[in-house]
Design a protein around this ligand. Structure first.
Ligand code: SAM
Ligand code: DTB
Ligand code: SF4
Length: 319
């Protein structure tokens, strides 16, 4: 089965059927769609930097940065522009082509917004694509970020609409969708995906991908995160996923969103080379690259370079 057109009318039952295909059939379908649309040996590299750490008002059950949970995290106010630019320079030297900056906010406050706009301009001047994830945005804020030259905005739906209320109580799924709509109206590219391994069902994973794939325009970038369990959060003891769960999720995302970049995101530090290779075979064509994600460890850049060499993968650096 090769799906040639880009659809926005996926039914939950169809998506569940994909999830339940024999593994080889699913991977073959996803890889066929992948190579019809992309160079199958090319991977895009984004480096993350947490530019404001901790004390977030929200209660997202997976997050180390919520003020509601006792995690071992040192709070840090919004970083100075110069420090951020130094990190961006290093990310470029290491080989990333996009610099993604995250802030532990429910939504950005006007007192911080002027500095945010300066940061975007300064990082862009380094010749990197820019991405930010700052929480909820209204239409005007999204427009201002776009005017400052921001390329991507990350705002994840994280799980299905039904499961979301079990994970977060301080904002709603509709709040997330409204921000995504504001970002789209401002003509920014969208990075939107989710997390697996939070105790959700297969139906929840299918419903998340259905919501993403039935948006009027597919997100240009779709991060698939595996939960990184953080001590002190409600999801600290979530049951560990079977390895094939993430491979299947990536493969289904690839089938549903054939021309989006699917990013194998959080959780790579716990994955061996073989599992990551399977994720690339399933259609993942982007990773977070750098020693740290936002507050937790990532696969080391040395390990990554070795893996890319072994697999004959070329990266954004060589575009
Ligand atoms: N505060 C903003 C927001 O919530 O949109 C931006 C930062 S927030 C940390 C960005 C995303 O990181 C979350 O939506 C979630 O998908 C991901 N994330 C956070 N903690 C995680 C964890 N422990 N494991 C996997 N993904 C995580
Ligand atoms: C995304 O989907 N994953 C990134 C990025 N977008 C902002 C964040 C992963 C965070 C993992 C836990 C941490 O390091 O705090
Ligand atoms: Fe705050 Fe974002 Fe963490 Fe939720 S995911 S607690 S909004 S930083």
């Amino acid at each position: 089965m090769i799906i040639e057109s880009i659809r926005h009318d996926w039914q939950l039952t169809e998506i569940l059927e994909l999830f339940k295909l024999p593994f080889n059939d699913l991977i073959f379908t996803a890889q066929s769609i992948h190579r019809a649309n992309f160079n199958p040996n090319k991977i895009q590299l984004s480096t993350l930097l947490n530019i404001k750490t901790g004390t977030c008002s929200e209660d997202c059950g997976y997050c180390s940065q919520s003020a509601k949970f006792k995690t071992q995290l040192e709070r840090q106010p919004l970083m100075e522009v110069e420090k951020i630019v130094a990190e961006a320079k290093q990310a470029k030297v290491n080989g990333a082509n996009r610099f993604c900056m995250g802030a532990a906010w429910r939504s950005p406050k006007s007192k911080d917004f002027t500095q945010i706009l300066k940061i975007i301009k300064a990082v862009k001047e380094e010749g990197l694509e820019t991405c930010m994830t700052l929480g909820m945005l209204d239409a005007q804020q999204a427009q201002q970020l776009g005017d400052a030259g921001l390329d991507y905005y990350n705002h994840n739906l994280d799980t299905s609409v039904n499961y979301y209320a079990k994970i977060v109580s301080t904002h709603t799924y509709q709040d997330r969708l409204d921000t995504i709509a504001n970002v789209r109206k401002a003509n920014l590219k969208i990075c939107c995906g989710g997390i697996i391994g939070m105790g959700e069902s297969l139906e929840d994973r299918a419903a998340l991908l259905q919501t993403l794939a039935n948006l009027e325009i597919h997100p240009e970038s779709v991060p698939i995160n595996q939960l990184v369990p953080v001590a002190g959060t409600p999801l600290e003891h979530a049951e560990k996923l079977d390895s094939f769960a993430i491979v299947r999720c990536i493969a289904v995302a690839r089938v549903l969103m054939p021309i989006s970049n699917i990013r194998l995101s959080a959780g790579r530090a716990e994955m061996n080379d073989e599992l990551q290779a399977l994720c690339f075979l399933a259609g993942a064509n982007s990773v977070f690259y750098g020693e740290k994600l936002l507050t937790t460890n990532n696969q080391s850049t040395k390990q990554d370079q070795k893996l890319f060499d072994k697999l004959g993968i070329i990266t954004s650096y060589e575009y």
